[in-house]
Design a protein around this ligand. Structure first.
Ligand code: ADP
Length: 165
């Protein structure tokens, strides 16, 4: 039963994949509200899609969940969480390779905001090797991504990169 706890799920979502959607949907069953936080201007890597398009993909894919909100942010994750009065940061964990970075981020965020808990959900086995960058790579070479992303994203990628197989 959903509790009255708000969780934020931060990410770049460039673009959103079915792996992200799986974690958000599972989170929405466990928390009263999940606020998906879109990093508007990532510092690490320039995104393929602008914030408007990334937000639109998320909104469309998540419209069926009454307790899921989408918002953008350009501040510390903990500041975003506090803005929504959220005490949980929800993250998906795939292979071991995610662990080191996520472990460090969780510790840093705990130092900045001890009242906020980072909660990890294990990726579903079928999504364990799915990433936004992998999707972009497949699409760039004209490969099929229909099973990996919501339909609107697959359509847009086909426009950008006409299929070759
Ligand atoms: P970042 O901007 O941190 O690289 P992403 O937008 O790629 O983040 O992903 C946001 C969150 O979703 C992260 O917690 C990441 O671990 C999780 N995630 C990404 N892909 C998957 C997947 N296939 N299954 C489960 N969780 C995932």
């Amino acid at each position: 039963m959903p509790s009255n706890v708000t969780a934020i799920m931060p990410g770049t979502f460039d673009p959103v994949t079915v792996g992200h959607l799986d974690i958000i949907a599972r989170g929405a069953c466990k928390f009263g509200r999940v606020v998906v936080g879109l990093v508007e201007a990532p510092v690490r890597k320039a995104p393929l899609f602008g914030p408007d398009e990334r937000e639109e993909f998320l909104r469309e894919a998540l419209a069926k969940h009454p307790n899921v909100e989408v918002d953008r942010f350009n501040e510390l994750v903990v500041a975003f969480a506090r803005r929504w009065d959220a005490h949980v940061i929800l993250k998906g964990l795939r292979a071991i390779s995610d662990f080191e970075y996520e472990f460090a981020m969780a510790q840093l965020n705990r130092k900045l905001a001890p009242e906020i808990e980072t909660v990890f959900m294990m990726a579903s086995p079928e999504h364990s090797f799915l990433s936004s960058s992998g999707v972009k790579e497949i699409a760039a070479f004209g490969g099929p991504v229909d099973d990996l992303v919501p339909p609107a994203v697959a359509r847009r990628l086909r426009e950008l990169y006409p299929p070759r197989v």
